[in-house]
Ligand binder design. Structure first.
Ligand SMILES: [Zn+2]
Length: 72
């Protein structure tokens, strides 16, 4: 979820821009599925599930990364 913060880089009061990036949990599930024999693309399933992805918050004004929301 986007949050309202004061950007520490440019000092503007902004609503963060969120983007989904594969995190440690995503890779872990990918490897686990791969080991269980889900070779045909199925191991990439975690990359399609947003709730398993880490969320990157960045500033819309200066485009800098503010913080990550990580699952692990
Ligand atoms: Zn900024």
């Amino acid at each position: 979820m986007p949050v309202q913060v004061v950007c520490p880089y440019c000092g503007n009061r902004i609503i963060t821009v969120t983007s989904f990036v594969p995190g440690a949990l995503t890779w872990l599930l990918c490897i686990t599925l791969f080991l269980f024999g889900c070779v045909l693309g199925c191991c990439f399933l975690p990359f399609c599930i947003r709730s398993l992805m880490d969320v990157k918050h960045s500033c819309p004004v200066c485009q800098r990364e503010l913080f990550y929301y990580r699952h692990l």
